[in-house]
Design a protein around this ligand. Structure first.
Ligand code: GDP
Ligand code: MG
Length: 607
């Protein structure tokens, strides 16, 4: 019986009120007792509460008494609003039939509104439009225009776009009723062979990996033997249940239902988001479409601030990965910084979150290198007519030497920016400065324009978003996705201190920016490196040529008086020896006590 089930998501640009609306739904359906209530109930991570963003979606089942015809089972999935997590958004969309598209009346349609709408449409979801925050002062004409625009985008009439205040609860009951009425019940073959979509997972030390599933056909019962298609892992369903929003066992999940299966599996990599679960005994069933590995796009290295913390760092990362399948890491050794990890992230917010969680949960403050993207090196092949060999480059130090390198390719993104008219020229300049190409500009409302653009991913991941916000006084919004590979005029920039290359500072940069970035780096280093008793040259180099150089002056120290008979050999020897020790100390400074701050400051200064 799927007729009384409704599965839906709330989708919106960040801060337009998804989590707050979900709270009202929980209240209205009495899913969470009033006394247990804290706002943004579904944002369970402390970090989410503090930052007010949703990182991890949290499904919830609600019982709802329909105005016209009895009891319904509602499954709501709250989705992350940030670009970095669009893979999670797309998986949650695959698990439902409908979406509430929420737009803040004081902000209007933003880049993420469109990006999420696009995903929801692609998934064939029934979309219900709503304007939120109508308790705030707003322009009546703007509201009218906004409702028309939303209606146009989702294929409805302006009257069908509802006005709500998630904060006060105004209109929320009507919205929920509309969702029940308009969103179709799940389809599926109730008596068919089991097929369920894994749309998320978490980890429990006793129950192992908890797979969050949407049953598409058939049913899952406790103790049943299950098989995961992509990984061929098989297991027994230790526990089966639903989200209230706490896990509550039900013994079975029927066609159309959303719930969880405790798998007992200890290795999280065996349960992948997007994979299909079916019955072990029947392996002829076809998997559900759309499985995709989450693709890390931003890479950095983490080194423990202190080499004896390496194990703690490893444990911390492994634990974080249990609940964050998209986190990727492998061990990586580096000359000065020692043993560490190379990590891959979905974006820079994802990186920041992991860094912050390590700090809070494990008291770790690792040295983090400059974020980079994956490049492709096309190698010269010795035999003519042979296909070009392409290798992935994750770190500048893996680059083949110029004699072997035919060309370097870098990933590009295509994206959309929504911005008020009067900031458009600033935005265009910023795009150009970041090697981007501006495309079409069209009006999205009386005030706002929609701009299409493309740009190298490496330019976007540093602080493009912050800069975009600042040239538009906070008004611009951005969405993008990785689109293709293009040849780049790229070079490797190295930094040498006292003649020695500091690998952690090496990076792949656009040729046109190599000089300015090199100069910026060495000047920053001159400012922050502790002085030595002798002068230290700091150099920037490209392909073996020094392109910029500064000298960090020596500490002014009294060396005693050997000016008069400057030929005093023993004194001179002593001085040299001291200088040599000094030089060793500098290296030591790198090996043992390299303060993370030096790296942070350089990275910050040279973004
Ligand atoms: P999300 O990022 O879409 O999940 O948005 P949140 O639910 O976290 O809301 C973002 C901010 O808007 C929070 O400070 C909410 O308190 C506020 N907010 C949400 N809905 C309303 C509303 O209807 N009226 C007003 N005045 N504020 C709201
Ligand atoms: Mg939220």
């Amino acid at each position: 019986m799927t007729e009384k089930i409704r599965n839906f998501v709330i989708t919106a640009h960040i801060d337009h009120g998804k989590s707050t609306l979900a709270d009202r739904f929980l209240e209205l359906t009495e899913t969470v007792a009033k006394r247990d209530f804290r706002s943004q109930f579904l944002d369970q991570m402390d970090l989410e509460r503090e930052r007010g963003i949703t990182i991890k979606m949290q499904p919830v089942r609600m019982d709802y008494r329909g105005k016209r015809d009895g009891n319904y089972l509602l499954n709501l999935i709250d989705t992350p609003g940030h670009v970095d997590f669009s893979y999670e958004v797309s998986r949650s969309l695959a698990a439902v039939e409908g979406a509430i598209l929420l737009v803040d009346v004081t902000q209007g349609i933003q880049a993420q509104t469109l990006a999420n709408l696009h995903l929801a449409k692609k998934q064939g979801l029934k979309i219900i439009g709503a304007v939120n925050k109508v308790d705030l002062a707003f322009d009546k004409d703007f509201l009218f225009e906004l409702k028309q625009k939303i209606a146009e985008l989702i294929g409805a009439t302006p009257e069908e776009v509802l006005e709500v205040s998630a904060k006060t609860g105004k209109g929320v009951g009507g919205l929920l009723e509309a969702a029940v009425e308009k969103i179709p019940p799940p389809q599926g073959n109730v008596s068919g062979k089991l097929r369920a979509l894994v749309f998320d997972s978490s980890y429990d030390p006793y129950k192992g990996v908890i797979a969050y599933v949407r049953v598409v056909d058939g049913k899952i019962k406790k103790n049943e033997l299950l098989k995961f298609f992509a990984t061929s892992a098989s297991t027994e369903a230790l526990e089966v249940g639903v989200f209230r929003p706490k896990l509550s066992p039900t013994g079975a999940l029927e066609t159309g239902e959303i719930g969880y299966v405790a798998t007992g599996i200890k290795d999280p990599s065996l349960v992948r988001v997007g994979d299909t679960v079916f019955s072990k005994i029947d392996e002829t069933t076809k998997p559900l479409p759309g499985y995709q590995e989450p693709q890390p796009v931003v890479f950095v290295n983490f080194y423990p601030e202190d080499s004896n913390k390496f194990e703690v760092l490893e444990v911390g990362l492994k634990k974080l990965k249990l609940n964050d399948a998209s986190l990727y890491f492998i061990k990586e050794r580096q000359e000065i910084l020692g043993q560490g990890f190379r990590l891959g992230f979905l974006g820079t917010l994802h990186l920041e979150i992991v860094k912050e969680r390590l700090r809070r949960e494990y008291e770790l403050d690792p040295v983090v290198t400059i974020p980079t993207v994956r490049y492709q090196a096309v190698l010269k092949t010795s035999l003519s007519g042979q296909a070009d060999e392409v290798v992935d480059i994750f770190s500048p130090n893996d680059l083949p030497t110029p004699d072997k390198l035919l060309e370097l390719r870098e990933p590009w993104v295509s994206g959309e920016i929504i911005v008020p008219n009067n900031y458009i020229s600033g935005v265009l300049n910023l795009i150009q400065f970041n090697r981007g190409l501006a495309g079409n500009v069209s009006n999205i409302s009386e005030k706002n324009v929609l701009l299409n653009f493309s740009m190298p991913l490496s330019e976007i991941i540093l602080d493009f978003y912050d800069k975009l916000k600042s040239v538009s006084q906070g008004y611009a919004s951005l969405s993008y996705q990785v689109s293709d590979w293009r040849k780049g005029e790229l070079v490797k920039l190295d930094i040498l201190v006292a003649g020695e290359k500091i690998e952690a500072f090496s990076r792949i940069v656009p040729k046109e920016k190599s000089y300015s970035l090199g100069k910026l780096t060495i000047e920053k280093l001159k400012e922050i490196l502790p002085r030595e008793v002798f002068a230290v040259p700091i150099q920037a180099a490209c392909g073996g040529n020094i392109i910029a150089r500064v000298t960090m002056p020596a500490l002014k120290k009294k060396l005693g008086d050997f000016g008069k008979n400057g030929g005093d050999r023993t004194r001179k020897m002593k001085l040299w020896k001291k200088q040599k020790e000094g030089k060793q100390r500098l290296a030591q400074f790198g090996k043992v006590n390299l303060p993370p701050s030096v790296f942070f400051e350089v990275f910050k200064a040279t973004k």
